[in-house]
Design a protein around this ligand. Structure first.
Ligand code: URA
Length: 264
């Protein structure tokens, strides 16, 4: 069905399918199925158009006759292992990150994606505004990766990564890059980027004629994976949630500089 523009005014207007994901009741795909099946009513009337506009303050939405309630917010930090998909269901039956978190009583979604072969810090939440804050490149929330490259990288390569390299979807923004160590054959580096394009780190390494051998996301903004064992999860603390809400690259860099300066 064609999308129409929302009714004018400053009411809290959302499409019907979005009302479900926003309330943490289910994914937008789930919502489309329920709506299509005629299980959803708005103000008592069955509505089968997922793009129907709903005023979340005034309209009463029910699923199987039960009202949707605003869900309490849940924020989970998972150490995703390699080999787990960042999706809910896989048609091929491969393991997903949902196999690693318990039933939290709310439907949570991953904040951004990590590739099947990437491990590291993944946040899952039912707070869609918070998720958008972290994933929208306009907010420049830094994500830090530890990378084992397939080759020895020169200082010139690292400088190229810092300045930005040209990918098929355009040049990358400047990155923070630190060489951690070299072996005879490869370099291990840390890189902080603020964009989060599809397979960005892998493609950046290819742009300097190397490849990613191992990729671990170790931080999002000020939140670090720390001592959390691989495959395990914990709740984000309220302070961590607040810090991510207000985070900007400048603040994180300033905090890191201050930490370095106070080190003995
Ligand atoms: N960049 C990548 O190439 N892959 C990821 O999983 C995350 C960032």
């Amino acid at each position: 069905m064609a999308k129409s523009t929302p009714p004018p005014g400053d009411r809290p207007i959302k499409t019907l399918e979005r009302v479900f994901s926003k309330a943490g009741a289910g994914s937008r795909t789930d919502a489309r199925i329920w709506i299509g099946a005629g299980r959803v009513r708005v103000n008592g009337k069955v509505v089968q158009n997922p793009d129907h506009w709903v005023d979340t303050k005034l309209d009463r939405v029910t699923l199987d006759g039960k009202p949707l309630r605003a869900a309490s917010k849940v924020y989970v930090l998972l150490y995703k292992p390699k080999g787990y998909l960042t999706t809910y269901r896989d048609p091929e039956g491969r393991p997903t990150v949902y196999d690693l978190v318990p039933d939290l009583g709310q439907w949570v979604a991953p904040v951004g994606r990590l590739d099947l072969d990437t491990s590291g810090l993944l946040i899952l939440t039912n707070d869609t505004d918070f998720a958008e804050r972290i994933t929208n490149p306009a907010h420049k929330v830094p994500k830090t990766y530890q990378i084992k490259a397939s080759t020895l990288l020169t200082d010139a390569h690292l400088e190229q990564l810092r300045q930005g390299v040209t990918l098929t979807d355009g040049p990358t923004a400047p990155a923070e890059v630190t060489r951690l160590r070299d072996s005879e054959k490869f370099t291990v580096l840390e890189m902080t980027i603020t964009e989060g394009r599809n397979r960005q780190v892998r493609r950046m390494l290819e742009a300097v004629e190397s490849r990613v051998r191992k990729l671990v996301r170790i931080a999002i903004g000020p939140i670090r994976i720390g001592e959390l064992p691989i495959g395990k999860w914990r709740d984000l603390t309220p302070d961590e949630v607040l810090s991510l809400r207000g985070v900007s690259t400048a603040k994180v860099h300033a905090a890191r500089r201050a930490a370095r300066e106070t080190q003995p």
